[in-house]
Design a protein around this ligand. Structure first.
Ligand code: 2P0
Length: 342
């Protein structure tokens, strides 16, 4: 009744922002991501009949009520699927800043879903792991897979919520080696973000005059990106990824949801200037102020030193396309999760 897993963060090239109305946390638009090597969450789950409630610990420190409640919701779905009644202790460790727009919920819920289903004795397919993760955090559905991963958008209003849930399954669409892409994560703060993704996208859908435009353009950018990926055309993919990020942020900003900071905008200017100078580099940003530069592997070191020298950049993480989530030996993982070792 115990198991451990590791999953990597992912960054969307074509962004998910906004949910299909109804249940099961189904995105309104399709997304395409790259799983990132080296930004990982290690999670251990131990079901224990003596516990009266689920417990969540980060690096050996008890988590606050809200993250514990979200972990417990996922565990409820696993208990239902595997006919288990025991509560669980969850120990987890991120090797990058938590809840600051670096996709810690994606790797976190993917690792939790895989560890919990395995601990419950459920011989789950990757698709089942991904669906369990997606209902907690849609981007987590993508972190179950390695390389380049697509998560479809929701079906139209004629479909039932159950049909939309059934159809919304992530899949790997290209291996990690498909493109010589590197992601340079320019870390601009170690703090937590002020507005979480779930409430940020709800406010955008309720208040942004540009939310309709986003719903219109996102699937088209996504389709063009899928064919650029099929052709292994990094310049076109990068250009489209930057447009997807800018459209998402413009729509959020019009609702007063601002994730970008002054440093983010300076970095965006620097990326665009590098591009005018002939370097293949493109920007993407998520629900936090960090800018991620998409770059050809051959230019990664030069671009990283340029961006890393900009005021306000704390450090630059070099990431390449990463692997699928996997089960780990429990004893090895618990030392990492409780001690914060990596
Ligand atoms: C993405 N983001 O596609 C987009 C781009 C952030 C910006 O998915 O409400 O934590 O838990 O399903 O997955 C972050 O949102 O939101 C996210 P919920 P999630 O990566």
């Amino acid at each position: 009744m115990r198991a451990a897993a590791v999953a990597c963060a992912n960054v969307a090239l074509s962004k998910y922002w906004g949910k299909r109305p109804g249940r099961f946390n189904v995105p309104a638009v399709p997304s395409l991501s790259v799983t990132l090597d080296g930004l990982s969450t290690t999670t251990c789950v131990a079901f224990d009949e003596t516990l009266v409630a689920d417990e969540l610990w980060f690096d050996g420190v008890a988590a606050a009520d809200e993250p514990t409640r979200r972990a417990s919701e996922l565990l409820d779905r696993v208990r239902d699927a595997a006919s288990v009644s025991a509560r669980a202790r969850v120990d987890t460790h991120n090797d990058f800043p938590t809840a600051s727009g670096l996709a810690s919920s994606a790797s976190g819920f993917a690792a939790l879903a895989l560890a919990a289903l395995t601990a419950a004795g459920r011989d789950a397919s990757r698709e089942e792991v991904s669906r369990v993760a997606r209902r907690s955090s849609a981007s987590a559905a993508r972190s179950v897979f390695g390389g380049f991963v697509e998560l479809p958008g929701g079906l139209g209003p004629d479909a039932t919520d159950e049909q939309a849930d059934e159809a919304c399954v992530a899949r790997q669409v290209a291996s990690a080696a498909a493109l010589p892409l590197r992601m340079l994560v320019c870390v601009t703060t170690e703090g937590e973000k002020a507005v979480g993704s779930t409430s940020g996208m709800r406010e955008t859908s309720e208040r942004s005059p540009y939310y309709g435009a986003w719903l219109d353009v996102a699937p088209r950018l996504h389709a063009e990106m899928m064919s650029a990926l099929e052709r292994a055309d990094l310049p076109v993919l990068g250009e489209l990824a930057e447009r997807s990020a800018l459209a998402m942020h413009a729509s959020a900003l019009a609702a007063g949801v601002a994730y970008v900071s002054g440093v983010t905008l300076s970095l965006l200017g620097a990326v665009q200037a590098l591009r005018r100078g002939g370097t293949g580099v493109w920007a993407t940003m998520d629900a936090g102020p960090h800018l991620k530069a998409i770059v050809d592997a051959k230019d990664a070191d030069a671009v990283a030193s340029e961006l890393g020298a900009m005021p306000g950049v704390l450090r630059v993480i070099h990431a390449k396309p990463g692997p699928v989530a996997r089960v780990l030996p429990f004893d090895e993982a618990i030392a990492v999760a409780r001690g914060g070792l990596s």
